[in-house]
Ligand binder design. Structure first.
Ligand SMILES: NC(=O)c1ccc[n+]([C@@H]2O[C@H](COP(=O)([O-])OP(=O)(O)OC[C@H]3O[C@@H](n4cnc5c(N)ncnc54)[C@H](O)[C@@H]3O)[C@@H](O)[C@H]2O)c1
Length: 336
């Protein structure tokens, strides 16, 4: 039987998810939710969706949906996700999973109580260059990993609308962009748990009531440390979204551009192994990454697998975001 997927939110990323879902076998795009009739009407027409609703509750009342993709402003992630999970509907929710870790815990509890799956769309876990570097790390080519440095920065631009209002977004560049760098570092390191977070978070380039600048240091339980930079409107960044540099005892590796640098100290030489991906790539956030993410979500539902990134990964990232904000407020490192 085909899997019936619904969408809430009909903005930028929802179009990408609908395209990804439409490309999968045995999937039906059955319903769309948005309180704005023009927007949901255009979305329904584009993707051949018959049922339209102005709220998730109205859609749930009608039933006949297996999974919901939540791509709304961040303040709606928890209520819409929890409502669907309580109705036994599997959910893939966009990042950041929620406004804060408290909400993320409630979402996890709802998934555990109903048995419906909850995946968090930490998309860089589905990128082929990130996978290439992870394979090198897992094969031991870099040796023990000591530190990473990652970027979630928009250079000379930033978002507008709800993204820059605390009541709708929760946080600014850290929750929007820094979280990509945090999750990518954690993915490459093999999902260690954070032990301490020290951060300076500020609003330096805009008048927004959310942050546009952050420097975060995360200490992990495996001994490694990650530096993450988050920003909007910065004049410079050393790499694009989710660019992550990994320093091992034996070698250095990074994504975007994706390569290894393996020193031979005795010979005073460095072997550079280029992964062979174009740099810069044509589209930094390509549709294939989101297609792979959607295919994985569907596979988790069909084959009853616990998604990774699931509620645990989403929750850890929210705990790091909350701790970074607290550290910046107090000037102290936060122990987790
Ligand atoms: N993983 C990624 O690469 C990526 C990229 C962009 C955005 N995102 C995330 O996706 C989410 C959405 O971002 P976006 O760029 O698509 O934003 P957007 O502003 O383009 O879209 C948000 C949509 O939600 C709709 N909406 C608002 N209130 C609603 C309600 N009550 N019910 C239903 N729909 C409602 C809006 O009308 C709009 O269609 C955010 O959490 C963002 O962080 C992730």
């Amino acid at each position: 039987m085909s899997l019936r997927i619904a969408f809430t939110g009909t903005g930028h990323i929802s179009h990408i998810h609908a395209q990804a879902a439409g490309a999968q076998d045995d999937v039906e795009l059955v319903a769309v939710v948005n309180h704005r009739p023009e927007s949901r009407g255009a979305f329904a027409a584009k993707f051949g969706i018959r049922r339209q609703y102005d709220s998730v509750d109205a859609m749930l009342a009608d039933g006949d949906v297996d999974a919901l993709i939540v791509s709304t402003p961040n303040y709606l992630h928890a209520p819409q996700t929890i409502a669907a999970l309580n109705a036994g509907i599997h959910v893939m929710v966009e990042k950041p999973m929620s406004m804060n870790a408290t909400e993320a815990k409630e979402m996890k509890a709802a998934s555990q109580a109903s048995g419906a799956k909850l995946m968090v769309a930490h998309c860089w876990r589905f990128d082929e260059e990130a996978h290439w570097l992870k394979r090198q790390i897992d094969a031991g080519r870099l040796g023990k990993i000591l530190r990473t440095r990652g970027y979630g920065v928009h250079v000379n631009w930033g978002p507008s609308s709800w993204f820059v209002e605390a009541k709708y977004a929760g946080g600014g560049a850290l929750a929007d962009m820094g979280i990509h760098a945090i999750d990518t570092a954690r993915f490459l390191l093999g999902d260690p748990m954070p032990r301490s977070v020290y951060a300076r978070i500020s609003t330096d380039y805009t008048e927004y009531d959310v942050d546009d600048s952050g420097t975060i240091i995360i200490g992990w339980d495996n001994g490694a440390a990650s530096i993450v930079e988050s920003g909007w409107w910065w004049p410079h960044a050393d790499g694009p979204e989710a660019c992550t540099q990994v320093y091992g005892q034996k070698a250095f590796g990074q994504i975007f551009p994706t390569r290894l640098e393996i020193p031979d100290r005795a010979a005073e030489k460095v072997e550079v192994i280029d992964a062979g991906f174009p740099h810069p790539r044509e589209e930094h956030c390509p549709q294939v990454m989101y297609d792979a993410q959607m295919a994985y979500f569907i596979d988790c539902i069909r084959n009853d697998k616990a998604p990774n990134p699931g509620f645990n990964e989403g929750l850890v990232n929210m705990r790091i975001v909350d701790a970074a904000l607290e550290s910046s407020r107090t000037g102290q490192a936060v122990n987790l």
